[in-house]
Design a protein around this ligand. Sequence first.
Ligand SMILES: [Ca+2]
Length: 327
Amino acid sequence: MWPTAARRAAGVPHGFRRAGLLALFALLAGCEASQPDERAAAAGWCLDGDCAQRQLIDLPQLENLHFTPEGRLFLTGQENLYELLEDGAGGYSARTLLPGGGGCSGLVSVPGTLYALCAGPGGPTDFSTLQAVDLNAAEPVAEPIFALSGMTLPNGMDIGPDGALYVTDGPVSVKPKIVRLAVDPQDPRNILEQTTWIRFTGEWPNGLVVTQDALYTTLYGLGLGTVVAIAREADGSAGETTVLLQRGRILDDLNLVGDTLLVTDWQDGRLFALGLDGTLRGESPLGSFTQPSSVEAGRPPLFRPDQLLVTERYLGSGLWLREPAAP
Ligand SMILES: [Ca+2]
C-alpha cells in the first residue's frame, strides 16, 4: 500500500490536525445548511427493514439519473439519453433525446438547460461530447456543444457554485482526474475552456457532487472504495482530501439530498446513506440491487421524497423504485 492510501486507510489525511478536521466538517455542514433541499434528509427512506421495490421501466445499461428542481426525471444509459414520462395509468415510458443514439453518463441541469455527457469519437464508453437540451422545447433534443479532450471515461458531472461544470474522468481513465468546464455566464451553451481541477494517482473517481466548499466523489484504487471530500478553496482550487468512508468495494454514483449523501455500492449491490461527517446513516441489504449505478430521492410530481430511484448497469438494467412497504 502506498503512502497516501495508508494515510487514508488510517483516516489521517496529511496536513490535517484533528481540530482542522472538525472545522472542515463544521464548514461542510454549514454549507449545506445554507443550501436547503426541500427533500429532508432521510425523509422516511427505506434502506433496510420492510421495503417494497419494483422496476419502473427496463432500459438497457443505465448509468445516471437527474431530477430537475421541477421534478422532471432524466436518465442516461448505454443506448441513449432519456426523459421518463408517466402514462397516466401508473406506467412509464421513456422518450429518447439523443438523435442517432449513443452511450451517455453524467448529467446535470441549470434552469432551461440540461447537460449530458454522451458518445464521443472514442468508442462505446467514450462519453466526451457535452450535449445540451433546451428544457423549454416541446420536443426536447440533445445537441453537441463541446468536445472534452484528454478524457478516457467521462463519468460523473455536477455544476459548481461558480457556474462551472465539473466532470470526473474515471473509473478506468489513463489519467484519472476531475476537470472543470467554464461556462459563459451569458450563454449556457458556450463552454469557454476545459482545465484540470485535480489529478489522481492510482485512484479513479466516479460519481461527483459539488458544493460551495467541497467536491465529493467516489474513488477506487488498490482494492479500496472510498467516499472522499476534496476541499474547495476560496479561490476555487482543490484543497485537502478527507476520507468520509472506506468500504473496500467498487462504489458508483452519489447524490446529495439535504445533508446526506446517497451512494451506490455497485459491487455489493446495495445503497447507503452517509452524513457529511462520514457517519453511516443506513444501508440496504447486500444484493438488494444488481450492480446499482446511481440513486436519487424522488421529487414531485412524479415521485415522493421518501421514494428512492435507482439505476442498474451491466448485470442489472432499468430504473427501480424502493420505498417503505405499504402498511
Ligand atoms: Ca458512474
